[in-house]
Design a protein around this ligand. Sequence first.
Ligand SMILES: [Ca+2]
Ligand SMILES: [Ca+2]
Length: 226
Amino acid sequence: MRKKAFLLPLLLLSLVLWVQPTTPISAQPVHDVAIVEVKTFSPAHGQLGWAYRGPGGGPPLTPVTQCYETWRVYINVTIINEGDFAESFNVTAYCNETAIGMQGVTDLAPRANITLTFIWNKPKYIHVWPYPVYYISAEASVVEGETDTADNSMINGSVKIKQMGDVNGDGRVNIYDLTYFALSFKKTFPARGYNPQCDFTGDGAVNIYDLTKLALYWKKGPLDPI
Ligand SMILES: [Ca+2]
Ligand SMILES: [Ca+2]
């Protein structure tokens, strides 16, 4: 009787051991860097300040999708090391096919990420309609032994450079733009109602200097002589 009582747990243990999955073959370590974000932003009207307020301290960094030639536009590129080795590589930011700049990253640890900031020296505003659109992208150089290279580049989207005064971007400076302007007049970042699209000079305030620009382009479209 005592012998049988001992046998049952032994049988159960054998069964558990038998159904245990075999240990998977461990994955080979890889070299793999990836660009996870490319974002345009403009510190000229406060977005950088928002970002630096810290977690929960304000709205996220607002991407710039349309701007005036006066604005300073920066590009943040975030790269993550998805591989198993520390990696050193170069990151290049582009406006269409033209390189904006290149920065080197040294010994980025596995699973770590880094954000690089590039200054976009924007092309001069050109008088065409529709407004010129520029595509911003970034590329990380392929590291030795890397096979997953599809994620080494990323396109951010596009940035339109508008004529000053055209708040709503419809190609004409008129009463609609003036209405937006009036609502934002005398507002300074980060006051409620400050509309960066009314800040033609890109200095963080909608004031008389911006009104002067609006007056200069009043009733004009991008193809009209100024
Ligand atoms: Ca307009
Ligand atoms: Ca201004």
